[in-house]
Design a protein around this ligand. Sequence first.
Ligand code: NAP
Length: 488
Amino acid sequence: MTKQTIRDPKVVIIGAGMTGILLAIELERMGIKDITLLEKKNDLGGTWRENTYPGVACDIPAHMYTYSFAPNPEWSHRFAHGNEIHTYFKRVSDEYRVTPKIHFNEAVTEASYQNGKWTTKTSKGETYISDFLISATGILHHPAKPNIPGLDSFKGKCFHTAEWDHSVPLEGKRIGVIGTGSTAAQVIPEMIKVGKKVSVFQRTPQWIVKVPDTVYTEEDKKKWRKEPNILKRFHKWYTFAVEQTFSKAVIGKKIPHLLMSFLCKRNLRTSIKDPVLRQKLTPNYRVGCKRVIVNSTFYDAIQKPNADLVTEGIERITENGVITKDGKLHELDVLILATGFHPFNFMRPMNLTGENGISIETVWKKKVQAYRSLFIPHFPNFVLMLGPNTPIGNFSVIAMSEVQTKYVLKIIEDWRKGKFDAIDAKEEALQRFAAYLKKGMAGTVWLGGCQSWYLDPDGDPAMWPYTWSRWEKEMKTPDYQDFHLITT
Ligand code: NAP
């Protein structure tokens, strides 16, 4: 092949959630025709398809939580509800002709690399050969069930928030919720509205900041439909505001951290009247160590007469309910596990093998890591979107995917020009990147004396420890010195 020819790669994308849809749109925009999206379920939307629990919403302002090129005048509230977000992704996917490219109900079981090509096999027995394989499976999609003795013996209904059983009646029931994270803070107020009694089993209290959930009127929407540029300005404004406050607070910038701490502490002080309850809800770690919860309903709800905040610790579960360490039985009809996710699974359990048959389990045995969060040495032409150390926190994950997509597109564009046939991150580049991250972690609040899903088994936060602007800047252009450029 002449090196100047523009060639058309075959690209397989795993997952038709927010990131998969975005990639398909952008790849098509650059003229790539052969794009296949493999989706394990019968619908698109990723996390917004999976999470249907009562109260599910995005605690990032809706006008920020959109693709930058597809503002949405229809949001009903400042914090969009889960079903609206799901509808938004379906609409965008249809409008940009992504939906016909999605192969539904086809889970990837294995993928292997050989001589510049990826062979991907699915649960339907299909095989796809591609030049690039991109994992867009998201981060928090493997529910973590607590390892509490007796959990299986519970005779009532029990389910995880991400596997909500809508057939279970809740009206007038005795409901238990284990967990007090971002999910729990949304679901608990809804349970307290309908349940006879709601027992909230809190292991660790959380810092909560209150941001009013403005309702958008028909008038507002009419205006925005006519003038979408207003929404683009909102997008920019919220992005700026969240970076200056939440994002800078967690990486140790003094003033933003003081501000966030003040807002959380004031919220607790002014919202919770009873000093005993307030004490139970007061964390003993720095604001931001666990992801700051943005919520305006939890504190009101937990003070209702039918709410019980249980802090004694769970001893075991019996067929009738939860027994706490003080020996008390909390009788329940329904037990809800708001216990989070396994964040380090990424695209697994699929069987992924790179060059010379090396498996992802072998490469990640010591540590789950990726160069620039995207590339894993020995896995040429494989991209892990939203990989470890993507700057998650309280920022919009859509903005992160957009930055990473541009980076990946530049690499694919150079492949098209014939600059290489395969690209593989160098091991030493990954180690340099890891050391650079480690250096930044010391100043962050994630090591502020708490346990959180941000921490890997070594206790290292799988986060970006510098500013958002720095990340955007460093992600502008791939540094090819950090890669092996292979001609096959
Ligand atoms: P999470 O933050 O990991 O919280 C899990 C909760 O379950 C914690 O309170 C934890 O207690 C508790 N827990 C876990 N195992 C337990 C056990 N064996 N016994 C007692 N308690 C146990 O999970 P999440 O609330 O689902 O949120 C995860 C992430 O999803 C968030 O941080 C956020 O990034 C994302 N999310 C976002 C939104 C949004 O609106 N954008 C909404 C929901 C979730 P400890 O604190 O003691 O570990």
